[in-house]
Design a binder for this molecule. Sequence first.
Ligand code: NDP
Length: 242
Amino acid sequence: MKYALVTGGSRGIGRAVSCKLAEMGYFILINYQNNDAEAEKTLQLVQEKGSNGELMKFDVTDPAAITLALGNWASQHPDEYIEVLINNAGIRKDNLMLWMTGEEWSKVLDISLNGFFNVTQPLLKNMLVKRYGRIVNIVSLSGIQGMPGQANYSAAKGGVIAATKALAQEVAKKKVTVNAVAPGFIRTDMTEGIDENEWKKHIPAGRFGTPEEVADLVGFLASPASSYITGEVISINGGLYT
Ligand code: NDP
Protein backbone atom coordinates (compact mmCIF):
# COMPACT_ATOMS: atom_id res chain seq x y z
CA MET A 1 0.00 0.00 0.00
CA LYS A 2 1.23 3.52 -0.81
CA TYR A 3 0.30 6.32 1.59
CA ALA A 4 -0.33 10.03 1.04
CA LEU A 5 -1.10 12.65 3.69
CA VAL A 6 -3.16 15.66 2.65
CA THR A 7 -3.36 18.47 5.21
CA GLY A 8 -6.64 20.37 5.09
CA GLY A 9 -8.18 17.45 3.23
CA SER A 10 -11.72 17.94 4.49
CA ARG A 11 -12.78 20.62 2.02
CA GLY A 12 -11.97 22.55 -1.15
CA ILE A 13 -8.65 21.95 -2.85
CA GLY A 14 -7.57 19.39 -0.22
CA ARG A 15 -10.66 17.29 -0.89
CA ALA A 16 -10.12 17.35 -4.66
CA VAL A 17 -6.45 16.43 -4.18
CA SER A 18 -7.43 13.55 -1.88
CA CYS A 19 -9.76 12.23 -4.60
CA LYS A 20 -7.09 12.61 -7.29
CA LEU A 21 -4.48 10.74 -5.24
CA ALA A 22 -7.07 8.06 -4.46
CA GLU A 23 -7.62 7.63 -8.20
CA MET A 24 -3.85 7.17 -8.49
CA GLY A 25 -4.07 4.29 -6.00
CA TYR A 26 -2.94 6.00 -2.80
CA PHE A 27 -4.39 5.31 0.63
CA ILE A 28 -5.24 8.82 1.84
CA LEU A 29 -4.59 10.16 5.32
CA ILE A 30 -7.09 12.99 5.43
CA ASN A 31 -5.99 15.68 7.86
CA TYR A 32 -8.28 18.48 9.02
CA GLN A 33 -8.81 20.65 12.07
CA ASN A 34 -12.51 20.87 13.02
CA ASN A 35 -14.92 19.78 10.39
CA ASP A 36 -15.67 16.10 11.10
CA ALA A 37 -18.68 15.90 8.77
CA GLU A 38 -16.82 17.35 5.79
CA ALA A 39 -13.82 15.09 6.48
CA GLU A 40 -16.13 12.07 6.52
CA LYS A 41 -17.52 13.21 3.17
CA THR A 42 -13.99 13.36 1.72
CA LEU A 43 -13.36 9.85 3.00
CA GLN A 44 -16.53 8.65 1.30
CA LEU A 45 -15.47 10.28 -1.99
CA VAL A 46 -12.02 8.68 -1.70
CA GLN A 47 -13.70 5.30 -1.29
CA GLU A 48 -15.90 5.99 -4.30
CA LYS A 49 -12.68 6.45 -6.29
CA GLY A 50 -11.86 2.82 -5.48
CA SER A 51 -9.23 3.50 -2.83
CA ASN A 52 -9.44 3.97 0.92
CA GLY A 53 -8.35 6.39 3.59
CA GLU A 54 -8.57 7.37 7.22
CA LEU A 55 -9.17 10.61 9.04
CA MET A 56 -6.20 12.16 10.81
CA LYS A 57 -7.48 15.08 12.84
CA PHE A 58 -4.85 17.49 14.13
CA ASP A 59 -4.09 21.17 14.07
CA VAL A 60 -1.02 21.76 11.89
CA THR A 61 0.11 24.45 14.35
CA ASP A 62 0.31 21.95 17.21
CA PRO A 63 3.57 19.95 17.08
CA ALA A 64 2.57 17.72 20.03
CA ALA A 65 -0.70 16.71 18.32
CA ILE A 66 1.19 15.99 15.08
CA THR A 67 3.77 13.85 16.89
CA LEU A 68 0.97 11.92 18.54
CA ALA A 69 -1.03 11.34 15.34
CA LEU A 70 1.97 10.41 13.19
CA GLY A 71 3.47 8.32 16.00
CA ASN A 72 0.24 6.33 16.37
CA TRP A 73 0.09 5.79 12.64
CA ALA A 74 3.73 4.69 12.47
CA SER A 75 3.34 2.22 15.32
CA GLN A 76 0.36 0.66 13.53
CA HIS A 77 2.29 0.56 10.22
CA PRO A 78 5.86 -0.31 11.23
CA ASP A 79 6.90 -1.34 7.70
CA GLU A 80 5.22 1.50 5.81
CA TYR A 81 5.90 5.17 5.29
CA ILE A 82 4.11 8.21 3.96
CA GLU A 83 5.65 8.82 0.55
CA VAL A 84 3.47 11.74 -0.57
CA LEU A 85 2.79 14.84 1.50
CA ILE A 86 0.53 17.64 0.34
CA ASN A 87 0.83 20.71 2.57
CA ASN A 88 -2.50 22.32 1.79
CA ALA A 89 -4.01 23.52 5.11
CA GLY A 90 -4.35 27.28 5.10
CA ILE A 91 -6.57 30.19 6.03
CA ARG A 92 -6.76 33.83 5.18
CA LYS A 93 -7.50 36.75 7.48
CA ASP A 94 -7.34 39.74 5.17
CA ASN A 95 -6.85 43.26 6.42
CA LEU A 96 -4.88 46.30 5.44
CA MET A 97 -1.56 46.30 7.28
CA LEU A 98 -2.53 49.55 8.99
CA TRP A 99 -5.44 47.82 10.74
CA MET A 100 -4.03 44.30 10.97
CA THR A 101 -3.96 42.78 14.45
CA GLY A 102 -1.08 40.72 15.75
CA GLU A 103 -3.46 37.78 15.94
CA GLU A 104 -4.41 38.14 12.22
CA TRP A 105 -0.74 38.28 11.32
CA SER A 106 0.49 35.38 13.41
CA LYS A 107 -2.43 32.98 12.89
CA VAL A 108 -2.04 33.02 9.11
CA LEU A 109 1.74 32.61 9.36
CA ASP A 110 1.36 29.88 11.94
CA ILE A 111 -0.94 27.68 9.84
CA SER A 112 0.70 28.05 6.42
CA LEU A 113 4.37 28.53 7.24
CA ASN A 114 4.87 26.84 10.62
CA GLY A 115 2.33 24.19 9.62
CA PHE A 116 4.51 23.35 6.61
CA PHE A 117 7.52 22.86 8.92
CA ASN A 118 5.61 21.03 11.65
CA VAL A 119 4.21 18.36 9.32
CA THR A 120 7.06 18.05 6.82
CA GLN A 121 9.95 17.73 9.24
CA PRO A 122 8.84 14.47 10.90
CA LEU A 123 8.02 12.81 7.55
CA LEU A 124 11.28 13.68 5.81
CA LYS A 125 13.49 11.08 7.45
CA ASN A 126 11.61 8.08 6.08
CA MET A 127 11.40 9.61 2.60
CA LEU A 128 15.18 10.03 2.63
CA VAL A 129 15.83 6.55 4.01
CA LYS A 130 13.50 4.97 1.43
CA ARG A 131 14.93 7.21 -1.27
CA TYR A 132 11.58 8.29 -2.62
CA GLY A 133 9.23 11.10 -1.68
CA ARG A 134 6.97 13.77 -3.10
CA ILE A 135 6.18 16.97 -1.24
CA VAL A 136 3.78 19.47 -2.79
CA ASN A 137 3.05 22.75 -1.03
CA ILE A 138 -0.05 24.71 -1.92
CA VAL A 139 0.96 28.35 -1.96
CA SER A 140 -0.69 31.24 -3.81
CA LEU A 141 -0.36 33.96 -6.41
CA SER A 142 -0.33 36.22 -3.35
CA GLY A 143 2.95 34.68 -2.23
CA ILE A 144 4.58 35.42 -5.61
CA GLN A 145 3.49 38.99 -6.26
CA GLY A 146 1.96 40.17 -2.99
CA MET A 147 -1.67 41.26 -2.71
CA PRO A 148 -2.88 44.39 -0.94
CA GLY A 149 -4.88 43.46 2.13
CA GLN A 150 -2.95 40.22 2.42
CA ALA A 151 0.44 41.13 3.87
CA ASN A 152 0.08 38.23 6.32
CA TYR A 153 -1.03 35.69 3.70
CA SER A 154 1.51 36.90 1.12
CA ALA A 155 4.29 36.62 3.71
CA ALA A 156 3.18 33.13 4.75
CA LYS A 157 2.98 31.81 1.19
CA GLY A 158 6.16 33.63 0.15
CA GLY A 159 7.90 31.96 3.09
CA VAL A 160 6.70 28.54 1.99
CA ILE A 161 7.92 29.24 -1.55
CA ALA A 162 11.41 30.05 -0.27
CA ALA A 163 11.41 27.00 2.01
CA THR A 164 10.30 24.83 -0.94
CA LYS A 165 13.32 25.94 -2.96
CA ALA A 166 15.73 25.43 -0.06
CA LEU A 167 14.43 22.03 0.95
CA ALA A 168 14.33 20.83 -2.66
CA GLN A 169 18.08 21.31 -2.89
CA GLU A 170 18.70 19.58 0.45
CA VAL A 171 16.93 16.36 -0.54
CA ALA A 172 17.24 16.11 -4.33
CA LYS A 173 19.99 13.46 -4.27
CA LYS A 174 17.73 11.14 -2.29
CA LYS A 175 15.02 11.26 -4.98
CA VAL A 176 12.69 13.37 -2.87
CA THR A 177 11.13 16.25 -4.80
CA VAL A 178 9.64 19.39 -3.26
CA ASN A 179 7.48 21.69 -5.34
CA ALA A 180 4.89 24.40 -4.84
CA VAL A 181 1.61 24.98 -6.64
CA ALA A 182 0.39 28.58 -6.71
CA PRO A 183 -3.32 28.89 -7.48
CA GLY A 184 -5.03 32.14 -8.42
CA PHE A 185 -8.76 32.29 -7.66
CA ILE A 186 -10.28 28.86 -7.04
CA ARG A 187 -13.94 28.37 -6.18
CA THR A 188 -13.95 27.03 -2.58
CA ASP A 189 -15.20 28.08 0.85
CA MET A 190 -12.12 30.31 1.11
CA THR A 191 -13.25 32.44 -1.82
CA GLU A 192 -16.96 32.35 -0.93
CA GLY A 193 -17.13 36.07 -0.18
CA ILE A 194 -15.26 37.12 -3.33
CA ASP A 195 -17.40 38.33 -6.23
CA GLU A 196 -16.47 36.14 -9.22
CA ASN A 197 -18.33 38.47 -11.63
CA GLU A 198 -16.17 41.38 -10.53
CA TRP A 199 -12.85 39.50 -10.55
CA LYS A 200 -13.32 37.44 -13.67
CA LYS A 201 -12.92 40.60 -15.77
CA HIS A 202 -9.26 40.58 -14.72
CA ILE A 203 -8.70 36.87 -15.36
CA PRO A 204 -7.71 36.11 -18.96
CA ALA A 205 -9.50 32.74 -18.79
CA GLY A 206 -12.65 34.62 -17.73
CA ARG A 207 -13.51 32.49 -14.71
CA PHE A 208 -12.34 31.12 -11.38
CA GLY A 209 -10.61 27.76 -11.40
CA THR A 210 -11.96 24.57 -9.87
CA PRO A 211 -10.37 22.50 -7.10
CA GLU A 212 -10.23 19.59 -9.56
CA GLU A 213 -8.06 21.59 -11.97
CA VAL A 214 -5.59 22.25 -9.14
CA ALA A 215 -5.75 18.59 -8.12
CA ASP A 216 -4.75 17.43 -11.62
CA LEU A 217 -1.55 19.49 -11.38
CA VAL A 218 -0.85 18.36 -7.82
CA GLY A 219 -1.44 14.75 -8.88
CA PHE A 220 1.22 15.05 -11.57
CA LEU A 221 3.74 16.58 -9.16
CA ALA A 222 2.95 13.83 -6.65
CA SER A 223 3.52 11.11 -9.23
CA PRO A 224 6.73 9.31 -10.25
CA ALA A 225 6.43 11.03 -13.66
CA SER A 226 7.57 14.37 -12.18
CA SER A 227 10.93 12.96 -11.05
CA TYR A 228 13.13 15.71 -12.55
CA ILE A 229 11.01 18.67 -11.42
CA THR A 230 12.00 20.04 -8.04
CA GLY A 231 12.15 23.41 -6.28
CA GLU A 232 9.58 24.78 -8.74
CA VAL A 233 6.60 27.03 -8.17
CA ILE A 234 3.94 26.27 -10.75
CA SER A 235 1.14 28.79 -11.18
CA ILE A 236 -2.42 27.77 -11.96
CA ASN A 237 -4.42 30.93 -12.37
CA GLY A 238 -6.10 31.19 -15.77
CA GLY A 239 -3.41 33.61 -16.95
CA LEU A 240 -3.92 36.15 -14.15
CA TYR A 241 -1.03 38.64 -13.87
CA THR A 242 1.55 36.34 -15.40
P1 NDP B 1 -10.83 25.87 2.39
O1 NDP B 1 -11.11 27.01 3.32
O2 NDP B 1 -11.89 25.39 1.49
O3 NDP B 1 -10.28 24.62 3.24
C1 NDP B 1 -9.27 24.82 4.18
C2 NDP B 1 -8.83 23.47 4.71
O4 NDP B 1 -7.74 23.67 5.63
C3 NDP B 1 -9.91 22.74 5.49
O5 NDP B 1 -9.78 21.37 5.22
C4 NDP B 1 -9.55 23.04 6.95
O6 NDP B 1 -10.01 22.05 7.86
C5 NDP B 1 -8.05 23.02 6.86
N1 NDP B 1 -7.38 23.72 7.94
C6 NDP B 1 -7.46 25.03 8.26
N2 NDP B 1 -6.72 25.30 9.35
C7 NDP B 1 -6.15 24.12 9.72
C8 NDP B 1 -5.27 23.73 10.76
N3 NDP B 1 -4.82 24.63 11.65
N4 NDP B 1 -4.90 22.43 10.86
C9 NDP B 1 -5.35 21.52 9.97
N5 NDP B 1 -6.18 21.83 8.95
C10 NDP B 1 -6.57 23.11 8.83
O7 NDP B 1 -9.53 26.33 1.58
P2 NDP B 1 -9.09 26.08 0.06
O8 NDP B 1 -9.36 24.69 -0.32
O9 NDP B 1 -9.57 27.19 -0.77
O10 NDP B 1 -7.51 26.31 0.21
C11 NDP B 1 -6.59 25.25 0.34
C12 NDP B 1 -5.20 25.82 0.22
O11 NDP B 1 -5.07 26.48 -1.04
C13 NDP B 1 -4.86 26.86 1.28
O12 NDP B 1 -3.52 26.73 1.67
C14 NDP B 1 -5.06 28.17 0.54
O13 NDP B 1 -4.28 29.21 1.09
C15 NDP B 1 -4.61 27.80 -0.85
N6 NDP B 1 -5.13 28.66 -1.90
C16 NDP B 1 -6.47 28.75 -2.15
C17 NDP B 1 -6.93 29.57 -3.15
C18 NDP B 1 -8.37 29.71 -3.48
O14 NDP B 1 -8.70 30.56 -4.34
N7 NDP B 1 -9.29 28.94 -2.89
C19 NDP B 1 -6.00 30.38 -3.94
C20 NDP B 1 -4.62 30.20 -3.61
C21 NDP B 1 -4.21 29.36 -2.63
P3 NDP B 1 -11.51 22.13 8.54
O15 NDP B 1 -12.46 21.70 7.46
O16 NDP B 1 -11.45 21.18 9.66
O17 NDP B 1 -11.71 23.56 8.94
